[in-house]
Design a protein around this ligand. Structure first.
Ligand code: HEM
Length: 515
């Protein structure tokens, strides 16, 4: 009897619970909305001195980006209209100052301001709090720890490993050379740069170039880059909870699992090999010291090594940064040379003279191809593999023209728009490697050309990347003539790294057949 009464009472209370939940939701919604309005007002006040394109209240400027290969050029148009900088909205209360002039870039990149918590937060859920994303003491400690992994002596033997990886790729291209068939470059080059970073940084021999089919890790990186881009553009997805519950969140976790299991496997195999080793010096005498050795043997003052989580974050960071950026750079360089046979011819002559009959590049040859190096830089200018980076200022920042932004503001450095800024570069859209003749470089601000960023957070792998791009470009030109296929114009899109919506296609012919 008592039980029935209690049950009835409980049932009677139900409608009140519904009301209570409804009121709670309403209060939360009003609270959230008020916050958005207040945040928006504060941002509008902060960005007062910076006029910019009109933005939709909810979607900001995002709807102007059609995802069809024109987005970077859309932003370039705004850059012409609003010199130095303009606000770019990513939602009702997310806005960053998009900057595109060397004098502005210098102020931001020479500071020690941290990575911003908006874009990098989304990347961090994949690559962890490694060197690319971390800030403060942790970043400083890891940067100091990892700098020796990019020392000249460490990079030297890598050139032979890079040559090997390039050779495998070029052998695979025989079939296209013989059939005059147009083919997509980016995927081939990604496999090659993955093969090479695995060998160089992780002493791991993979057969990823020859195993056939699509490589699971590369496919996962592609998916993760797309989904992170989608998150940036879709303001409800800025909330972790909403993204987590969405189908895109599900796809993201699935791809992340694949990427992580790839890096876990590399770490596991290596730990097994090193089981017997206790001293770093013993390894050094056996072979060159690679990046993973340094991570595994790192000890702080208290003899503490890196936690498993920190180790995985660095491996994920270097696996991604070390292959995808270079793949983008190389794919566009080869495309640029296919579009400009006159420069291609000069590079080939230079390469043939430098290599003197050899088919592979060696360390000593890297400095013998200055014209090719200028072409590589010109391609990095027009097609920067990292088209934009961002910071969040912790104190007010003042630019050279006196305009300021308060602490807490987000600033995006548009590498793409800086590299095509018509007030700095004459005919900015024209491929002209002579811009990189020393006498021309000395007339420009060093911050006019920042494919590897600049200042304290510059790219730790830039020498590695430049070496790899020189090796692969030279070996490719030695063996093949690159030909543009006018049917395929790349539609460039920013996806963490610069990619092309429709791939990058060229034709090749063996060099002997060159008329
Ligand atoms: C063409 C190839 C490459 C380009 C264009 C490039 C570009 C960049 C840029 C622009 C940054 C600054 C990012 C930011 O501020 O958010 C950066 C940072 C970084 N890059 Fe690269 N990168 C390339 C290749 C590599 C390679 C091969 C590696 C490793 C082997 C690497 C590892 C890193 C790391 C770890 C950072 C973070 C450094 C720090 O904050 O201390 N990169 N890279």
């Amino acid at each position: 009897m008592e039980l029935t009464e209690a049950f009835l009472k409980y049932q009677a209370a139900w409608p009140h619970i519904h009301y209570f939940i409804a009121v709670l939701c309403l209060v939360a919604a009003v609270y959230k909305l008020t916050n958005i309005v207040l945040e928006r007002k504060a941002i509008l006040r902060s960005f007062e001195a910076f006029p910019g394109p009109p933005a939709h209240f909810l979607f900001g400027n995002v709807l102007e980006f059609k995802q069809d290969g024109t987005d970077l050029f859309r932003a370039l148009k705004w850059a012409e209209q609003y010199p130095y900088a303009f606000p770019l909205w990513f939602g009702p209360s997310v806005c960053l100052l998009n900057i595109h002039h060397p004098d502005y870039v210098k102020t931001v990149l020479s500071s020690t301001e941290p990575k911003d918590d908006f874009a990098y937060r989304f990347i961090e859920s994949w690559i962890g709090n490694g060197l690319l994303v971390s800030n403060g003491q942790k970043w400083f400690r890891h940067r100091r720890l990892l700098t020796p992994a990019f020392h000249y002596d460490v990079l030297k033997p890598y050139v032979n490993l890079m040559s090997e990886s390039a050779q495998t790729m070029l052998d695979k291209w025989e079939k296209y050379a013989n059939t005059n068939e147009t083919f997509e470059l980016f995927e081939h080059v990604s496999l090659m740069t993955l093969d090479s970073i695995l060998k160089c940084a992780f002493s791991s021999n993979s057969n990823c170039q020859t195993e056939g089919g699509t490589n699971a890790y590369i496919k996962a990186v592609y998916e993760l880059s797309n989904l992170i881009n989608l998150r940036l553009r879709t303001f409800p997805y800025h909330s972790d909870l909403i993204f987590r519950l969405s189908p895109h969140g599900f796809r993201y976790r699935r791809a992340r699992k694949v990427a992580h299991s790839h890096t876990n496997e590399v770490i596991k195999k290596r730990k097994e090999v090193l089981k017997a080793e206790t001293e770093l010096s013993r390894i050094q005498t056996k072979r060159y010291l690679d990046f993973l050795d340094i991570l595994l043997f790192a000890r702080d003052e208290k003899q503490q090594g890196l936690s498993d989580e920190d180790l995985r974050a660095e491996v994920d960071t270097f696996m991604f940064e070390g292959h995808d950026t270079t793949a983008s750079g190389l794919s566009f360089i080869l495309y640029c040379l296919a579009c400009h046979p006159e420069h291609q011819k000069l590079c080939r002559e230079e390469v043939c003279q430098a290599l003197q009959g050899k088919d592979t590049m060696e360390w000593e040859d890297l400095s013998k191809i200055p014209y090719t190096t200028m072409c590589i830089k010109e391609s990095l200018r027009l097609y920067p593999p990292v088209p934009g980076i961002s910071r969040e200022v912790t104190k007010p920042i003042t630019f050279f023209d006196g305009r300021t932004l308060p602490a807490g503001s987000h600033i995006g450095v548009s590498v793409f728009a800086t590299h095509r800024n018509a007030t700095v570069w004459e005919n900015p859209n024209v491929f002209d490697p002579l811009r990189f003749l020393p006498e021309n470089v000395s007339k420009r601000s060093p911050h006019a050309f920042v494919p590897f960023s600049a200042g304290p957070r510059n790219c730790i792998g830039q020498n590695f990347a430049m070496n790899e791009m020189k090796v692969v470009t030279a070996m490719t030109l030695k063996r093949y003539q690159l030909i543009k296929d006018p049917e395929y114009e790349p539609k460039i899109i920013p996806r963490l790294v610069l990619r092309s919506l429709n791939g990058i296609h060229i034709k090749i012919k063996p060099v002997e057949q060159e008329e």
